[in-house]
Every structure is written in C-alpha cells, then in structure tokens.
Design a protein around this ligand. Structure first.
Ligand SMILES: NC(=O)c1ccc[n+]([C@@H]2O[C@H](COP(=O)([O-])OP(=O)(O)OC[C@H]3O[C@@H](n4cnc5c(N)ncnc54)[C@H](OP(=O)(O)O)[C@@H]3O)[C@@H](O)[C@H]2O)c1
Length: 270
C-alpha cells in the first residue's frame, strides 16, 4: 500500500497501547456455530488464515481480537503468528466458554485466572496485550459481584497482561466499567448508537475504546442501510474511539475496509 494510504494509529487511552484504527476480528477463524451473521461460511484453512494475517500486516493492521469462545481461534493464532508475534497487539477475553454449540459463562476469580493462563499457552506468548471480560449482558452484576475485574488487575500486576477491561453490553454497565478499566469494547453501528454515552465517558476518563459490530455483523451492508466508509467516518470522528474491530475472512473485504478506514480518517481530519 502506498505511504499516503497508511492506516493511522491511535493510542488506546491510558492503556497506552498503540493500534491501527482498524483491527481484525477473528471469530470466523475458529467458530461457525451459534453466530448471527447474515450468511453461512466455511472456516478457512491454515493457508488461507496465514495469507489473511500476512495481508492484514502488510496493510498496517496490528490489532487482532480473539476469545476462548471463538472455538479454535486463539490456538490457530498462536500457531500461525509464530515469528511475527512482536508485530501484533492481541486482544482476548475471559468469562465465556463455547463448547458443543453452547455458551456458558463463568466470571469467578478462579476461572478468570485459569482462562488467562490457558490463553497464554494457546497464543504461545509470555504476555497478553489486552484481556476483556466477555460479558453475558449482566454487566453491572459482573463488575460489582464477580471479582473478575479485580483478578484481571492482579494478573496485570503480575505481568501476565498489559491492559484489561470489559466488552460490555449495556449503557449502565459501560458507564460503570469505564471508571474501573484500562479500556472497553462497545457496540456502535449506524442503526444502533445507544452506547455513545459510554464512549463519551471513556473519552473524559482517558479509558481506551474498541468498537465491535460496526457493520452490525454484516447486516448493515446486506440491508443497504450503510456504506462501510460512511460508517467508519462517523465512528472514527469520535476522539474517544481507538480502533474499529471488523470481522472478515475475505481478503477483498479486508482491503476495502482498510481503504475505507484510511479515507474515513482523512474525512474526519483525525
Ligand atoms: N461480546 C464481544 O466481545 C463481541 C461480540 C461480537 C463481536 N466481537 C468482536 O468484534 C468483531 C466484529 O464483530 P462482528 O464480526 O460480529 O461484526 P462486524 O465486524 O460488524 O461484521 C462482520 C461481518 O461483516 C462482513 N464484512 C466485513 N467487511 C465487509 C465488507 N467490506 N463488505 C461486505 N461484508 C463485510 C463479514 O463477512 P466476510 O467474512 O464475508 O467479510 C462478517 O460476516 C468480531 O470478529 C469479534 O472479534 C466481540
């Protein structure tokens, strides 16, 4: 990609981690059940995933989002990123397990600790860049009663992770989490802007923000509700947003998304 098309980078709030304004979501690297995408798909083989990761890196992407609940995604990344680990900021999660087609949640300190240790092994790394609580929707209960955030803070002090936070599902939970986390992952697409107050609060507090579901898991494009560029321009104009995590296994979509993110950053003057 020509230098003038370089993917801009932003700092993830006080986490201080620098990421490209577009990140790559990796659900489809490891899981094809229980998802809400408009179309079915086949999980790509190692050769295709490796090619996609190489392309992402060449295009300036440095952020990968994964989770234990994304099937083989973590283990495949661990294997396929050997030799290039230093390039990447890897975000993974704790609290949701997906087995035999069914999700279950456990936010207890013991599970959080065991999950982080397992992610370190699966991702074949000595430190996790970002770990988020994978909320089941009961954000406030998890924050106030599970001990998960306290455990992540401990693991950070032990040097096992660089930044921690929560992938929230409610405005009330997001507002509460913003004060207790290095960064949050929140939903924002043009058909659903209800979580903007959470991003505003994060901006005030210096809490980093990752955006999930910016294309409404692909439904926004199928319905013709929004273009990728208009969506990215609107979201990246918010100074509180660090990066948009978009899921794709299609190299042409990845290229188009990077072009749109570069153009949107120019449009927004940021
Ligand atoms: N609770 C949580 O923590 C949580 C929940 C949901 C998602 N996430 C994270 O956020 C990421 C993104 O969420 P998401 O995957 O649900 O939604 P999304 O990024 O809004 O949409 C992804 C879908 O859009 C399609 N797509 C991407 N770029 C496209 C393009 N240029 N043209 C046409 N179609 C395009 C992809 O299909 P193709 O593969 O065909 O491109 C994929 O099916 C996930 O991968 C995951 O890492 C986290």
């Amino acid at each position: 990609m020509a230098p003038e098309l370089e993917l801009p980078r932003r700092r993830l709030g006080r986490a201080g981690i620098e990421v490209g304004v577009l990140g790559l979501g990796t659900v489809k690297f490891g899981r094809d059940q229980g998802l809400k995408y408009p179309r079915g798909f086949t999980i790509p083989d190692d050769r295709a995933v490796r090619a996609l990761l190489d392309l992402a890196r060449d295009l300036g992407i440095n952020l990968l989002d994964t989770a234990p609940a994304y099937g083989d995604s973590e283990a495949r990344l661990g294997r396929l990123l050997r030799g290039t680990r230093d390039h990447w900021v890897i975000c993974t999660k704790v609290g949701e397990e997906f087995e035999a087609g069914v999700s279950r949640h456990d936010f207890s300190p013991g599970h959080v600790r065991a999950s982080v240790e397992r992610s370190l092994r699966r991702l074949q790394t000595g430190v996790l860049d970002i770990v988020l609580i994978h909320s089941d929707g009961n954000d406030e209960l998890i924050i106030e009663q599970s001990g998960a955030l306290e455990t992540l803070a401990e693991l950070k002090r032990e040097g096992k992770l660089r930044g921690f936070g929560m992938s929230t599902k409610t405005v009330a939970g997001g507002l509460r989490a913003a004060a207790r986390c290095d960064l949050l992952m929140v939903s924002w697409n043009l058909a659903d802007e209800t979580e903007i107050p959470v991003i505003d609060r994060c901006r005030e507090l210096g809490t980093g923000v990752l955006i999930k579901k910016a294309l409404a898991s692909g439904h926004a494009l199928v319905a013709g509700d929004a273009s990728v560029r208009a969506t990215f321009a609107r979201i990246l104009a918010h100074a509180g947003v660090g990066s948009l995590v978009i899921g794709t296994i299609d190299p042409d979509h990845l290229r188009a998304n990077v072009r749109a993110a570069v153009a949107a950053s120019c449009d927004s003057g940021r």
